[in-house]
Design a protein around this ligand. Structure first.
Ligand code: KG4
Ligand code: ZN
Length: 330
């Protein structure tokens, strides 16, 4: 059974084709709108929606031809139902439902974070359940306990900014453009450690929650007071974020007794975070799993995959909905 996946929650149009019987991703393609939004310093929702409309048909054609399949071979469709930008989600939902209706095949709405969460299972050496998942994206920072597909318990989350948002805001303060995560990360690689000391918010709190908005303020204060060396400041910022994420993941693993950690979402592509988690895993005896680097940020493959796992006769519904705000536990 071939499942087509459609992702349009924010500023990436993603399309993919997953073969459920073979358990294999056949093809995927992503069109990033980053260049278009860069001029505005962030995502402009209306422009995002309009661009998704332009990209979906050509991307779908591209994926089908890469996989040497036709639309007639597709047996089901999954799309991102939420959370995300309402207009952007509606484009993907309309496309998915229209195509499914025309072809007479089932269609299933997928939670964007569930897509991220399950994406490491697409890699060559997938983790097995149960595990702790760290979801670190532009919009979310959450620790979840995952018992199986569809069985998620939220342990803790950010009280304000997401980790990716902190990266993006710091990038802006450093004049690095949008989105700033990868740029801050590579600047930090050239920076000296310990030159500036930034706070590690909530690192010692006995919970699994995060707070990153104070960090951005601390960066701003430093910039205003002593025109710091950019690479060293980027290094101080990355070290602070990484320390907090590593500490909270370790606490979640220790308190649940689990020994498998899965990292997903855009910030999961971060080199320094990966190196620190791997090192901590060796020290404390847990294994860390990541999606393939190209599947860390938003993509259609994770949606096709989640839909393929979840699509059963009863579940495939014809209800046309999007949920811009949506808890994964619900
Ligand atoms: O998961 P994602 O593609 O979209 C959301 O669902 O939000 O995550 C995007 C976020 C952005 O904030 C971006 O700056 C950040 O992930 N990001 C990174 C890196 N690559 C992407 N942050 C730090 N280091 C990276 N290498
Ligand atoms: Zn995402």
């Amino acid at each position: 059974m071939l499942v087509l996946g459609i992702e349009t929650s924010c500023d990436e149009t993603g399309v993919a084709l997953y073969d459920r019987s073979a358990g294999r991703l056949l093809a995927h393609a992503v069109y990033s709108q980053v260049a278009m939004h860069e001029a505005y310093g962030g995502v402009v929702p209306e422009l995002a929606s309009r661009d998704h409309i332009r990209r979906l048909v050509p991307l779908t054609r591209q994926v089908l031809s890469k996989a040497q399949k036709t639309i007639g071979d597709v047996a089901g469709i999954g799309y991102t139902e939420g959370p995300g930008l309402a207009g952007a989600l509606l484009v993907g939902a309309s496309f998915a439902h229209g195509l499914a209706l025309a072809r007479g095949i089932p269609v299933l709405g997928i939670h964007h974070l569930e897509g991220h969460l399950l994406s490491p299972l697409l890699s060559e050496h997938p983790p097995s359940f149960p595990f702790i998942a760290l979801l670190v994206s532009g919009g979310h920072t959450q620790l979840m306990r995952v018992e199986g597909v569809g069985r998620y318990a939220l342990l803790g989350e950010t009280q304000d900014d997401a980790a990716g948002e902190a990266f993006d805001k710091t990038a802006k303060l450093l004049g690095l453009g949008y989105p700033g995560g990868p740029a801050v990360s590579s600047l930090a690689e050239r920076g000296k450690a310990g030159r500036y000391r930034l706070p590690r918010p909530m690192i010692a709190s006995p919970d699994f929650d995060f707070s990153f908005s104070g960090l951005k303020t601390a960066v701003l204060t430093l910039i205003k007071s002593e025109s710091p060396e950019p690479a060293d400041l980027a290094r101080a910022f990355v070290d602070a974020v990484v320390d907090v994420l590593v500490a909270k993941c370790t606490r979640a693993l220790e308190s649940t007794g689990l020994t498998t950690l899965v990292v997903a979402g855009g910030v999961g592509a971060n080199k320094q975070l990966r190196a620190a988690l791997d090192k901590q895993g060796e020290r404390c005896g847990f294994d860390v799993f990541y999606p393939e680097p190209e599947l860390c940020t938003d993509n259609g493959a994770m949606i096709a995959f989640a839909a393929a796992l979840k699509m059963t006769e009863q579940r495939a519904h014809a209800r046309f909905t999007v949920k811009p705000r949506w808890d994964l536990e619900g």
